[in-house]
Design a protein around this ligand. Structure first.
Ligand SMILES: [Zn+2]
Length: 135
């Protein structure tokens, strides 16, 4: 689904703001995420826009996969993000609980995850998912 006016596109992360004033500056690297939640939202947007470079760059080096091969996956269409919880775990760690919805071949799926994040040198990184959050 391409838009002719990407600058006016609403951000996929569900903030209701234009992409250019929400996650895009993070994806471009002109801004760093101020909070773990902002990073989490930008990573959802990166999945929606297939920005594998950004996903890998925002993944902590200790848990970062070699590649994601997003373009090799069947057409996954990300259709919604709901952030349920954002909690600090000390000064430089946080968790974000979210539900992300997507469709593959017309079938809807959801991911319910509690993600762990750490901040190093002023930048937040995704570490991994806590034990299954249930559904
Ligand atoms: Zn956004």
């Amino acid at each position: 689904m391409k838009t002719r006016h990407p600058i006016e596109q609403t951000c996929p992360c569900g903030s209701g703001k234009p992409l250019a004033q929400c996650c895009e500056p993070l994806l471009r690297g002109t801004m760093v995420a101020a909070t773990a939640e902002a990073l989490m939202r930008s990573r959802y947007t990166a999945y929606a826009l297939q920005r594998e470079d950004y996903l890998l760059a925002s993944w902590h080096p200790t848990t970062r996969p070699q590649a994601l091969a997003l373009d090799a996956a069947p057409q996954t269409r990300w259709i919604g993000l709901q952030v349920k919880r954002h909690e600090a775990r000390g000064d430089d760690a946080a968790i974000v609980e979210f539900v992300a919805r997507y469709k593959v071949d017309g079938r809807a799926h959801r991911i319910h995850e509690v993600s762990r994040f750490v901040r190093e040198d002023g930048r937040w990184f995704y570490v991994d998912a806590e034990a299954d959050a249930g559904t």
